[in-house]
Ligand binder design. Sequence first.
Ligand code: NAG
Ligand code: NAG
Ligand code: NAG
Ligand code: NAG
Ligand code: NAG
Length: 475
Amino acid sequence: MGSRAPHLLALAALCSSVHGNDLPLSMESFIRVVQRIEGRDPGPSPLTVVRSLRGVAYQGDTFVEYFLGDSDSFPSGKDEAPMWDPTLSEFIHLTVRHRVTGQAREEGVVLGSDGTTVALGSLLLGIEAGLVAGAGESVSGLYSLTIARNLGLSFLRSQDSQILGPDGCWDNVTFPTVFTLSGPPSLATDALINGGMDGVLLGKYLSTHALHDLKLSTVLRDYYGPHPGGAPEGPRLVSFQRRGNFRQLVNGLVLQELILGSLATLQRLGKAENTAGAAALEDVVKGGVQEFVHRYLECPAIIPRCQWGARPYRGSPTQLKLPLAFMYIHHTSTPRQPCLSFPQCTADMRAMQRFHQDVRHWDDIGYSFVAGSDGYIYEGRGWRWRGAHTRGNNSRGYGIAFIGNYTGTLPARRSLELIRESLASCGVTGGQLTRNFTWHGHRQLVNTTCPGGALYLEIKSWKQFRSRDQAARHH
Ligand SMILES: *[C@@H]1O[C@H](CO)[C@@H](O)[C@H](O)[C@H]1NC(C)=O
Ligand SMILES: *[C@@H]1O[C@H](CO)[C@@H](O)[C@H](O)[C@H]1NC(C)=O
Ligand SMILES: *[C@@H]1O[C@H](CO)[C@@H](O)[C@H](O)[C@H]1NC(C)=O
Ligand SMILES: *[C@@H]1O[C@H](CO)[C@@H](O)[C@H](O)[C@H]1NC(C)=O
Ligand SMILES: *[C@@H]1O[C@H](CO)[C@@H](O)[C@H](O)[C@H]1NC(C)=O
């Protein structure tokens, strides 16, 4: 890229207020850098921008070039490669080129304003594929480029190691600089999967909405937020709905075919050896897809403890005897307001944990899981450890709290659905909940008004709600 010096000076002026070395590794700073690269009207087109970023992320990757062509060839003569200020180079390399170093540090990823981590390379390939198709050329390989290759290679490599994940933890979520994986890495980490799903979703969108005067930075900001005033309701193309939106596009069978197709292409290009026979390969992929569907499509994304700044558990936790048969619904009452953003929800989680540990003298935050109104569930004690939520019955069920006071109003519709649909079916297929588990309000077991009149009325309409009378008849 160094040979295209003329643009450098023009952009250097624009970039002078952004110094790559001081930037946090967040989606927000990446979007700002893209904005700088796009410059003022008429700047380079989105296709030009993503193609030159690909030159950094996937230099010499024949699989990528098989679908998208050479990253040095630009759509038209007038629209040549944009250049960026050298102070941005380090930031761009660190955020778009994916690798996992020896210390389980994952690079090529950024923290989104919704609290999830995204591999930018996979995202940008999906956007490029979509833009090429939107520009009238046919493109194949949207899934292969973004997610199917990574999943296929991960399934093939892992005999006894991890086939998917893990998630990880940022050193500091207000100023993220280092992302450390929370377990042995697979070739399909959570960040690669998030970036891959987003790449498919945005690629599909861009392939059918060839917008005029479209800027890449605008597309990214609409998708990733932050969304001031809270996350939008309803079905939308936004990051916190990636799993639901992705689920609309593929099922296990389709995904299996896509992955087998990607592996066949890799093999044709001489990039993958298939030592196993075709039937064995299909079995490996089928098994991997099953696991993928469970973990990433059936289960909701759960923000792990490290991401909300949890203190350690005090003492030694008690392991639950699984599966459990009850889900106990709570509202937090304090905090009274629903939380609408990652910073607000994580602050609420920390405040509740402080209160439970320091004032109540419990070992940890009491709840098993907590639902924010930002589109996410937050990990409390999780699936394995006994909580402190429903006196007398803590070993028998999970305590699920909605942040807010639901005496007179209801939580956001999507938060209710996340718990009622996603978390519950995740627990059932994951073996933590019995198939015939039942929902209960905290007030059915303890003398309390929790979970608030309005929320209690709501859960009474849920299919597996069980009233006290019904429960008594069974015991
Ligand atoms: C995270 O970074 C911010 C901004 O630099 C700083 O104010 C804060 O103290 C840091 N937090 C931790 C836990 O280090
Ligand atoms: C609560 O615990 C009691 C035993 O103490 C048990 O009989 C009952 O089934 C439990 N009820 C629910 C709804 O979990
Ligand atoms: C919760 O809201 C109700 C009214 O809807 C109010 O009476 C009650 O005081 C509130 N509780 C708290 C802890 O703020
Ligand atoms: C749930 O199903 C199991 C067997 O699958 C049965 O033993 C148990 O009694 C059932 N529980 C309820 C509450 O119906
Ligand atoms: C339930 O709690 C309320 C208020 O804390 C109290 O007045 C009432 O006597 C309690 N009822 C029982 C059955 O303990």
